[in-house]
Design a protein around this ligand. Structure first.
Ligand code: ZN
Length: 151
């Protein structure tokens, strides 16, 4: 990855998918009667949309290209936060939901960290590292919740 504009196009797509996923998890936990976790996933959806808005705002100073599906440059060709996303299982419990969310955050973090580590563009390096740091916070928060969740 060597273009801030192209990176932002990826980030916008990635955060939008993440928000959608959290909304699904929130709805599933609401159905389960787990209001606390439903609220948490709802907040995570909100943060993804906030992050998306920030990415879009940064893009406002530039021309964020509209990429065709085959112009995205995802590892394995799949948006990282949706890889292996089979949708929410009706029988999913809190542990299952947190595990699924954690896997998504880890993939998102790995994506941004890889861009930060491999790009030759110094501005993009800083930007991708900021996104990676934010995802690292999400990973840490989910790990704490999962550790406190009964098996
Ligand atoms: Zn995240």
């Amino acid at each position: 990855m060597d273009s801030v504009e192209k990176f932002l196009a990826h980030a916008i797509r990635l955060e939008r998918e993440a928000a959608r996923r959290y909304e699904e998890l929130s709805a599933a936990m609401g159905t389960e009667g787990n209001r606390e976790l439903a609220g948490f996933f709802g907040r995570m959806a909100h943060f993804s949309r906030l992050h998306l808005a920030q990415a879009t705002e940064r893009g406002g100073f530039r021309d964020v290209p509209t990429l065709a599906a085959d112009e995205y440059d995802w590892p394995d060709g799949i948006p990282p936060e949706t890889a292996d996303w089979a949708g929410v299982d009706a029988m999913m419990d809190a542990r299952g939901a947190l595990t699924l969310a954690l896997e998504g955050e880890r993939r998102g973090h790995a994506y941004y960290a890889t861009v930060a580590a491999t790009t030759t563009d110094p501005e993009l390096k800083v930007l991708a590292a900021e996104f990676a740091a934010e995802e690292a916070e999400h990973v840490a928060e989910l790990e704490v919740r999962l550790a406190g969740c009964p098996a």
